[in-house]
Design a protein around this ligand. Sequence first.
Ligand SMILES: Nc1ncnc2c1ncn2[C@@H]1O[C@H](COP(=O)(O)OP(=O)(O)OP(=O)(O)O)[C@@H](O)[C@H]1O
Length: 245
Amino acid sequence: MTRDAIRLRRVVRRFGSGDAAVTALHDLTFSFGEGTFTAVMGPSGSGKSTLLQCAAGLDRPTSGTVLLGDTDLTRLDETRLTRLRRDRIGFVFQSFNLLPTLTAEQNVALPMRLAGRRPADGEVREALARVGLADRARHRPQEMSGGQQQRVAIARALITRPQVLFGDEPTGALDSSTGREVLRMLRALADDGGQTIVMVTHDPVAAAHADRVVFLADGRLHGTLDAPSPEAVASRMTRMEAPAC
Ligand SMILES: Nc1ncnc2c1ncn2[C@@H]1O[C@H](COP(=O)(O)OP(=O)(O)OP(=O)(O)O)[C@@H](O)[C@H]1O
């Protein structure tokens, strides 16, 4: 039986107060299985980024619990939460956020160096090899394609061997064929390395690389789709986005 990597229980996230209050997540209960690749989809403003930020310990729910393995993130003070994010969580964004003056290997080593640790011999090269860029270690970002830069960002997120890799539109800035290359690589990380991946996307083709799609609407769970095809995902999204009559 698959264990859960992340469990959200009755998570509520409210922003602001009084008349201006917005409830981005309403009493959300959901689990992400270890070694699975999940896509999170939903109309604009449905709470996808908020869900990701709460699950990754980048934001705190107003109420409810978020468990990473056996650790309740909502009970950690800022120092412990920062350490947990650094050691057990990987995050990739739409923009690659690489430092332009550093080589690929220096960019990948950066999180460890910032944490005051020296990567062991071969560790950085191994992370680059996992994303198929062993031969690009000495290249700077501007010498690489967008897809290669995103793969360096993924290697940087993987250097600490995180329990969960989160992606917020990781292929949003890439053309479709480069995006597919990155998605196939994420798929392989789950299949071959047992990496748990949770990715927000607007793209049904991207979502179809996942094992399961989770749909959100108005901050609530609006069903899931296992073994998704692009057509099935697109049709669910069209139905969700259609104005109610
Ligand atoms: N810091 C904030 N302050 C106030 N409201 C916020 C804040 N962050 C998010 N919200 C609101 O919470 C709701 C959910 O936002 P969220 O960014 O999670 O949606 P999303 O599904 O990721 O949207 P998109 O697809 O457009 O990126 C929206 O109504 C948004 O305006």
